[in-house]
Design a protein around this ligand. Structure first.
Ligand code: MG
Length: 249
């Protein structure tokens, strides 16, 4: 069931999303080689708590505020004191905040030190996929229009698209309907309408789009061990425009 949000709910979700954007602005410049993924999670946890929020993933049973996925890890990397970040790594952060019951969701892939040209290209194409997906997210279109937009950009670049996981409705719960696949052609394809709040999140791989889950039951990695990048925004659909909520004004 798709829950359309009223203006009051969208205002609350927007506040949560602006806090998340502010968190990224503060912590991204502080991420550097030598830190552990647990150190990064601690920065997120501290910021969220200092501003009256709660890490949204706690309600899902995830052990951390931030999913921290390094290099070949696609999503859901568990923060660890044993996992050190090195120069040349790419680090995907996926964080959600519950602020007074309103949920935000956004992800970004960060280069650490000097990264390879192919890693740079992967990150920029993943961001282009997200932009294209958001561009197709407008009232009157269908969810598969978002899927097609994401997929076409990735395919034109020669990259793999992860299809085992997808974007989703968000705002009152972490995962709401509808699902937003990053490839068209599967599942229900509802019309996009005013009041939808959606998390659009391409996961793009240098090689195959196939993935597997590690024994920790969380961490998703590429099947071929090559790099993966992730980008995500929460957006709200209005009759005549779509607003990206998880950016600062
Ligand atoms: Mg999400």
């Amino acid at each position: 069931m798709i829950r359309l949000k009223n203006q009051k709910q969208i205002d609350g979700i927007r506040r949560s999303c602006k806090l998340l954007a502010a968190m990224y602005r503060e912590i991204i410049p502080r991420i550097q080689a030598g830190m552990t993924t647990a150190d990064i999670d601690e920065l997120c946890t501290g910021f969220i708590a200092a501003h009256g929020g709660v890490p949204a993933w706690h309600s899902e049973g995830f052990p951390g505020a931030a999913c921290v996925s390094v290099n070949n890890e696609v999503i859901h990397g568990i923060p660890s004191k044993r996992r050190k970040i090195h120069s040349g790594d790419i680090v995907s952060l996926d964080v959600g905040i519950n602020l007074e019951g309103y949920i935000s969701d956004s992800a970004v892939t960060i280069p650490v030190g000097e990264i390879s040209d192919e890693a740079k290209r992967l990150i920029s194409v993943t961001e282009e996929c997200l932009s294209a997906g958001i561009g197709a997210c407008r009232a009157g279109n269908r969810i598969a229009d978002i899927s097609s937009a994401v997929y076409e950009v990735a395919k034109a670049a020669g990259f793999g698209v992860v299809t085992d996981f997808c974007g989703h409705g968000v705002g009152l719960k972490v995962h709401e309907d509808p699902q937003i696949p990053n490839r068209p052609g599967r599942g229900p394809n509802p019309r996009i309408q005013q009041g939808m709040v959606l998390a659009i999140e391409p996961m793009i791989n240098l090689g195959t789009g196939d993935v597997r889950i590690l024994d920790d039951d969380w961490t998703v990695v590429t099947a071929d061990g090559r790099l993966s990048a992730h980008a995500e925004h929460t957006v709200a659909v209005f009759e005549d425009h779509t607003e990206i909520l998880t950016i600062e004004e």
